[in-house]
Design a protein around this ligand. Structure first.
Ligand code: XMP
Length: 504
């Protein structure tokens, strides 16, 4: 049973699906134009039409398969979704040419969607077309000062439309919850039930076969390793140490996961990677070299270990959604080999992706239930090519050593100050710039190191973190004292866009 969210291109579509899941109902995102036959495969109990950039006046505007109305399911249209419903059932939508954006107050709200809500409530608007008249015999059930038709309801109380965005935190209504209640959607999407289901599914799919897993030490692959352990399937998790990991990272992963039953096999391939990176300056070239070597090492190890039928990958739902593309009508195309790159054709695996319908925060919850220690569970994302893309220019063993020590000081300080958990990602970047300083009475010519800390929801956009000046001061002092090759520390205050999170 699911809530199908039909995506018309809103920047908030994923948020809708996540909010529904936070309300413990399973949700899936499908292209807005998906055919009813495909929608049916998800056993929908209700449908939500997302917002989107299109205007109902545009002849090219994406539209849902009209047969969704034959399914007899409750439907909630949000923003563009509401305008579509209004127009489809004969209401009046007008193009105001004026964009209403941001906070609005619902001065009036009533009916099923707003049950239990009292007083004036804040709602978040982002639209320019507006419904001015509901379809015949439909009822207007909410209004703002600017917008007399902020929500509508069909006479049989099956279809609803809201002009505002109930999914964003700035909207303080209980519309999504009320919609789920009205639609009688089962609320069984709890982490515990999800974990039980995953264990069952993995067992069923894998049977007596053996499973190989590429382990990075991040939350997804570590949780996956624990899931395989819990499902009691025959598995081996290969950790390729490319010599580009952070301080003590491999040892920590080994120390924490092995006692939990993970059959962890580490391969120290650092020499090989560093050799291959000699003289490589260009960031994309670095990625290519590392990707190529990774596959070669993984493949060699896999062959050595004998017959494995499955390759498990920590692919998450956002990857699946992205691979499917906004408007592709087909079911989700899985981004195969997402974690380990394209494996050679003669190494044939069946792909096992138990997390392909989970969001990152759901994996973190599952990981908690599986007993994954917080130091891995709450770890910041770390790029596959590792520190190589945080060293501008050539990644030599000496420069890696310098960066590793500086990075460790920065990360430890964030943890000591209790700030680590509030930050999406924090990193240090070793630049090629050298600058003059003075140490004692001596002239010192050291590297410039940049620190970066950002908040983000999914890494697509990011804002730099206003770290306390005292923390930055402490970190700069420690780094310049304990890592003498570094002469100067700067803090990166660039948002994304325009700056990416990594420097390379
Ligand atoms: P950017 O730098 O593009 O990064 O803003 C967004 C997120 O992606 C991570 N990242 C990578 N991850 N291989 C990876 O596995 C890569 O080549 C790579 N480049 C960037 C980055 O750390 C951030 O979380």
């Amino acid at each position: 049973m699911s809530v199908v969210v039909l995506d018309f291109g809103s920047q908030y579509t994923r948020l809708i699906a996540r909010r529904v899941r936070e309300l413990q109902a399973y949700s899936v995102i499908m292209p807005g134009t998906a055919a009813v036959e495909e929608i049916r495969t998800h056993r929908p109990r209700a449908i939500i039409l997302s917002g989107g950039p299109a205007s109902v006046f545009d002849p090219q505007a994406p539209q849902p398969d009209p047969r969704i109305f034959d399914l007899g399911l409750p439907i909630l249209g949000i923003c563009y979704g509401m305008q579509y419903l209004a127009q489809h059932f004969g209401g009046l939508v007008v193009r105001t040419g004026r964009r209403e954006y941001g906070r609005a107050l619902l001065t009036r709200h009533e009916g099923r969607l707003f049950a239990g809500l009292t007083g004036e409530v804040q709602a978040w608007m982002s639209h320019s077309d507006t419904v001015t008249e509901p379809p015949p015999s439909w009822r207007t059930v909410a209004a703002t000062k600017e917008n007399p038709v902020a929500a509508i309801e069909s006479p049989d109380i099956r279809y609803f439309g809201v002009q505002f965005h109930p999914e964003v935190v700035h909207t303080r209504t209980n519309v999504l919850e009320n919609f789920l209640r009205t639609a009688e959607v089962p609320r069984d999407w709890t982490p515990g039930e999800t974990l039980d289901r995953l264990i069952r599914e993995v067992r069923e799919q894998v049977g007596e076969h053996r499973v190989l897993l590429g382990l990075s030490g991040g939350v997804d692959s570590s949780a996956l390793a624990l899931l395989l352990t819990r499902a009691e399937v025959d598995h081996a998790a290969i950790l390729v140490d490319h010599g580009l990991l952070r301080f003590g990272e491999r040892e920590e992963v080994e120390r924490l996961l092995r006692p939990l039953g993970v059959n962890l096999i580490s391969v120290d391939a650092s020499k090989r990677f560093l050799n291959a990176l000699t003289g490589v300056l260009d960031p994309e070239e670095k990625r290519k070299v590392i990707g190529r070597e990774f596959i070669a090492v993984f493949e060699e190890k896999a062959r050595e270990m004998g017959e494995y039928h499955f390759l498990a990958q920590g692919t998450l739902y956002p990857d699946v959604i992205e691979s499917a593309g906004g408007e592709s009508a087909g079911a989700a195309v899985i981004k195969s080999h997402h974690n380990v790159g394209a494996l050679p054709k003669d190494l044939k695996f069946e792909i096992l992706e138990p997390f392909r319908y989970l969001f990152k925060d759901e994996v973190r919850e599952i990981a908690r239930l599986l007993g994954l220690p917080d130091s891995i569970r709450l770890r910041h994302p770390f790029p596959g090519p590792g520190l190589a893309i945080r060293i501008l220019g050539e990644a030599t063993p000496e420069r890696l050593q310098i960066l590793r020590r500086a990075d460790d000081i920065f990360i430890r300080a964030l943890k000591d100050w209790g700030i680590y958990g509030e930050v999406w990602q924090a990193l240090a970047v070793l630049t090629t710039v050298r600058s003059v300083g003075v140490v004692g009475d001596e002239r010192h010519y050291g590297y410039v190191l940049a620190l970066r800390a950002v908040t983000s929801v999914d890494g697509m956009t990011a804002d730099w973190v206003r770290l306390p000046a005292d923390l930055l001061n402490e970190v700069a002092e420690q780094i310049t004292r304990r890592v003498p090759e570094i002469g100067r520390v700067v803090y990166d205050i660039t948002s994304k866009p325009p700056g990416t999170i990594e420097w390379e």
